[in-house]
Design a binder for this molecule. Structure first.
Ligand code: ZN
Length: 263
């Protein structure tokens, strides 16, 4: 891509990100806000980071940015960003927090915005054609579109019998089913999709923290940062749209809403 084209596509893409995901911050800007905010609460060298982000490789740059400030993250996530590690992984993570330290949990779905400003696709290294991003989320949405997933009032408490060779995808499908009506009615389903996934993941993460906080051994805190990760073409910074940011104590009780620090 020559420089003029690159500049043009960057503008197209940034305009689309600002319109579809207002408040999204580049990874660099996110870290510039995150570090000083958490430092006020004792975060730094003794912080343990846990992430719940999709398996897809495009999500690793955010983890690398977090590792620069803190440590390599403890990974709780699986397909589409759901915290498949559950209460057990939160407990295991809590046992690894250095003495006197706290933990930061960063979670959420992801969505690609390609060089043409299309939402739901990403330009992949070595491939002329863009691909679905997030692929797992797009597969679940595809099933809803075809009527294979019946709209539900809420996610099922128990999973239907499923092929253990594709268990995570079956779970993603089931978690998205309650949002079917809203998704089908959306002006842009690919924009609505990560918001629906975030809503489902927030409920799941908060339930995990409520149940797993007992594993916190010291007096450290739990910072929860949830949002939508926006993947961009190679050479352009990824973005993160913070949708919830709060500090909880070691019993999982909310102490402070930190969202204003992300403005
Ligand atoms: Zn994905």
């Amino acid at each position: 891509m020559d420089k003029t084209k690159a500049n043009f596509s960057t503008c197209v893409e940034q305009a689309k990100i600002a319109a579809a995901f207002p408040g999204a911050l580049s990874n660099t800007d996110l870290m510039k806000k995150l570090d000083p905010t958490l430092a006020k609460y004792g975060y730094g060298k003794t912080t343990l980071v846990a992430t719940s982000l999709c398996c897809h490789g495009v999500n690793r740059p955010l983890e690398k940015a977090l590792a620069k400030s803190y440590e390599q993250p403890f990974v709780m996530g699986g397909l589409a960003g759901f915290p498949f590690g559950g209460v057990t992984s939160f407990g295991a993570m809590a046992h690894h927090i250095p003495d006197g330290g706290s933990c930061l949990v960063v979670y959420g779905p992801h969505v690609g915005v390609d060089a043409y400003g299309s939402v739901g696709t990403v330009n992949r290294r070595g491939r002329a054609k863009g691909g679905s991003c997030c692929g797992s989320a797009a597969a679940a949405l595809g099933k809803i579109r075809k009527g294979a997933m019946v709209p539900q009032q809420e996610a099922p408490k128990e999973l239907p019998t499923t092929d253990s060779l594709d268990a995570q995808q079956a779970y993603v499908d089931a978690q998205l089913a309650p949002y079917a009506t809203k998704l089908l009615a959306a002006d842009d389903r690919n924009v609505e999709l990560p918001y629906a996934l975030f809503d489902a993941q927030k409920q799941m993460m908060e339930s995990i923290v409520a149940k797993g906080a007992g594993a916190m051994e010291g007096t450290g805190n739990i910072a929860l940062l949830g949002g939508i990760q926006i993947n961009t073409p190679e050479g352009i910074s990824d973005y993160f749209l913070p949708l919830t940011f709060e500090l909880r104590n070691n019993r999982g009780q909310k102490m402070k809403n930190l969202m204003s620090t992300m403005a």
